[in-house]
Ligand binder design. Structure first.
Ligand code: DGL
Length: 266
């Protein structure tokens, strides 16, 4: 595998762009490929079998495009498919992600942590194992957020419907004394400015985008796969759904020029 080969990143839609931004900031020399599987969004309300099939099809596509590493910029796909993908590509560096339970448990002062995530992530065996490992000393209140990903796919980061949804979910968490809120879906970091307006200042928000970028760096370094300085090529993005909608929302979610194409594979 050549060092200047690209890194392949995917999510059910635009959410993984929050992770892509962290990767771009930490690893500016890497060339990036991104698949937004918006023809199949939301993953969070679909079966694990369905998400595994999508994750395999997209990963095959990205590997076919020459990806030297894969990033599952999606908590839901990681819970459903990371083990299968690692078995399928035993030699490929693969970075998955999961809600930031460990850092949140270390941060909370009230001992109450809230988790906003998809239904699929919260129902998964992987999330149950995460709580077993890291949350034995704190109270964790989980809150699925059906419908929220669709608002973000529409580019509605602060409209009345998005506010109404968030309010109904965060009010009970605050009433229970939660002081640390995990954003356990890669779409939700785009709501941080709105959440900061809606939440008291002492509530901490935690997500794992920066940790994913650090982990990718470590895996690439470990295999001598870091791109040489100055070798980065323009980011390429494929979308399996409504490309016009994506083009409309892209300017508010991603700051670099990007080449957008339709993903017909899978
Ligand atoms: N962005 C994804 C995640 O991190 C999935 C959202 C969805 O499609 O439901 O979980």
């Amino acid at each position: 595998m050549k060092c200047d080969a690209p890194v392949g990143v995917f999510d059910s839609g635009v959410g993984g762009l929050s992770v892509l931004a962290e990767i771009r900031a930490r690893l500016p020399d890497e060339s990036l490929l991104y698949v937004a599987d918006s023809g199949h969004v939301p993953y969070g309300e679909k079966s694990a079998e369905y998400i595994r099939a999508r994750s395999l099809a997209i990963s095959d596509f990205l590997v076919g495009q020459g990806a030297k590493a894969l990033v599952l910029a999606c908590n839901t796909a990681t819970a459903a498919a990371a083990a299968e993908l690692r078995a399928h590509y035993p030699d490929l560096p693969i970075v998955g992600m999961e809600p930031a339970v460990k850092p949140a448990a270390a941060m909370t002062r009230t001992g109450v942590v809230g988790v906003l995530a998809t239904t699929g992530t919260l129902k998964s065996a992987r999330f149950a194992a995460l709580l077993d490992r890291f949350a034995s000393d704190v109270r964790v209140i989980t809150q699925p957020c059906p419908g929220l990903v669709e608002r973000i796919e529409e580019g509605d980061l602060d409209g009345s419907e998005t506010r109404r949804m968030l309010q109904q979910w965060i009010d009970p968490l605050l009433a229970e004394g939660c002081d640390t809120l995990i954003l356990g879906c890669t779409h939700y970091p785009f709501l941080k400015p709105l959440l900061r307006q809606m939440l008291p200042a002492e509530i901490s928000l935690v997500d794992t985008g920066a940790a994913v970028a650090r982990q990718l760096q470590a895996l690439l370094d470990g295999r001598d796969l870091r791109a040489p300085a100055g070798s980065s090529r323009p980011t390429r993005l494929w979308c399996s759904g409504d490309v016009d909608r994506l083009q409309r929302v892209l300017p508010i979610l991603w700051q670099e020029p990007v080449d957008v194409q339709v993903l017909s594979a899978g």
